[in-house]
Write a protein that binds this ligand. Structure first.
Ligand code: PLP
Length: 431
């Protein structure tokens, strides 16, 4: 133990008194401050670049501490060497690990039931880290057709420039996955709930085929959250989150997490994450952890409000169809009841009979909801996929994806459901 200026007190004794140098056993407020200045006789301008760290021995913070340091110092060179040994080593440099980031990784791995997790600077960072860590030229990937656009683009790029071959399949037919298998198939990439038409993927069926063939299954669980679905329970090897969405939940942070089902896979992907430099920033991890604490409350409200809104929309004359797995008419309703027994998520889509113009009027007329991309935050957001997130698709591809000219996606927030309906009903009245 050492005092504010780095003077060692005998072990077990607390330095006390006011701040006094250089021979006093002193701390500013009677608190122990260990690992402070190791060179107490240095000049002020040298001491000030080594501020002392308050010791929390004897109590513990209830908020997660923010370790906004990219660097950690050691007392012995052996300890530093040991720190390089793997994901469980001591913290030494943020690209390899950071205590705040590790708290997030441990929390999400725990929720998903994985052996470990890697937090990244964005959801796309997690997707790229996993794909690049596990694939090499000549490998074959089976991927869902209805993937998030960024993931679709990465796979197309891997195919174009790196010689990875990709076959796209639907999310509901294990036989289609079986038929797509090749001797070179390495990876199956799925999403629990598709965007924007909220189709639910037959995770047990599709992952089962991959498992029997020794193919790694990756599931993007962003839309479901680990509170509604845990793909590792169905045999998934990797679960990905854009924690930017529900896990963070407040539209204030960009972060991703890849959860690995077993320790060997964790170590392998961790090594590649270091090379890629995909690490999450501690402050982003801290904000995400803060959001994560209310995930259960938020998800319950998102699900209840989305179901309520879906039912009301389905009865409105301006609306042709509503896409929400909680509605009995949804093509995956039965599967959703099995896979998502605690709720069907906070995203829904609906088709306005008035087409593209009606969608424009609607999205520009809402007042409580906001016209914005992204999803999963506390605010309700509306979006016209055909002119934004899915604008790269032609009319035939849009139709194949179930997206019409009048399709509007809603990420339902946690506002009062009556206020939300008043806003939506008011906007519908204008279309
Ligand atoms: N996965 C899904 C399902 C998404 O919806 C998104 C973004 O919208 C991403 C991944 C990418 O996440 P990020 O924007 O955090 O990179």
């Amino acid at each position: 133990m050492s005092d504010y200026l780095g003077h060692r007190a005998p072990d077990g004794q607390q330095a006390s008194g006011g701040r006094k140098a250089p021979d006093g056993q002193l701390t500013p407020d009677g608190h122990r401050i260990p690992d402070g200045h190791r060179a107490p006789d240095a000049r002020p301008e040298s001491r000030i670049v080594h501020p002392p760290l308050a010791d929390t021995t004897g109590s513990r913070p209830m908020g997660v501490p923010l370790h906004q340091s990219h660097l950690f110092a050691f007392d012995t060179s052996d300890a530093l060497t040991q720190a390089f040994s793997g994901p469980g080593g001591a913290f030494f440099y943020n690209r390899y690990g950071n205590p705040t980031v590790r708290s997030l990784e441990t929390a999400v791995a725990d929720l998903e039931g994985g052996a470990g997790a890697i937090a990244t600077a964005s959801g796309m960072g997690a997707i790229n880290t996993v794909l690049l860590a596990l694939l090499r030229s000549g490998d074959h990937v089976i991927a869902q057709r209805s993937l998030y656009g960024g993931t679709f683009a990465v796979l197309a790029d891997l195919a174009d420039r790196w010689g990875v071959e990709v076959t796209h399949v639907g999310g509901d037919d294990p036989a289609e996955v079986e038929a797509a298998l090749r001797p070179t198939t390495r990876l199956l990439h799925l999403e629990t709930i598709s965007n924007p038409t909220t189709r639910v993927t037959d995770l047990p069926g599709l992952i089962g085929v991959a498992k029997r063939a020794g193919v790694v299954s990756v599931v993007d669980n962003t839309f479901a959250t680990p509170l509604l679905c845990r793909p590792i329970e169905y045999g998934a090897d990797v679960v990905i989150h854009s924690a930017t969405k529900y896990l963070g939940g407040h539209s204030d942070v960009l972060v991703g997490v890849a959860v690995l089902a077993d320790a060997e896979l964790h170590r392998k992907v961790w090594h590649y994450a270091i090379e890629l430099g995909a690490a999450a920033d501690p402050f982003a991890a801290w904000l995400t952890l803060r959001g994560l604490q209310t995930l259960a409350l938020r998800v319950r409200r998102h699900c209840e409000s989305a179901l309520d809104l879906a039912g009301r929309l389905a009865a409105h004359p301006a609306v042709g169809a509503v896409h929400y797995p909680g509605l009995p008419g949804h093509p995956d309703h039965d599967l959703a009841r099995r896979l998502l027994p605690d709720g069907h998520g906070g995203v829904l889509a609906f088709d306005l009979v008035g087409g593209r113009e009606a969608a424009r009027t609607f999205t520009e007329s809402v007042r409580l909801a906001a016209l914005a991309p992204s999803l999963g935050g506390v605010h309700t957001l509306v979006l016209h996929p055909a002119s934004t997130s899915h604008r790269q698709l032609d009319d035939v591809e849009l139709a194949a994806a179930g997206i019409g000219p009048g399709t509007v996606r809603v990420s339902v927030g946690i506002e009062h459901p009556e206020d939300l309906w008043a806003d939506v009903e008011g906007a519908l009245a204008k279309v």
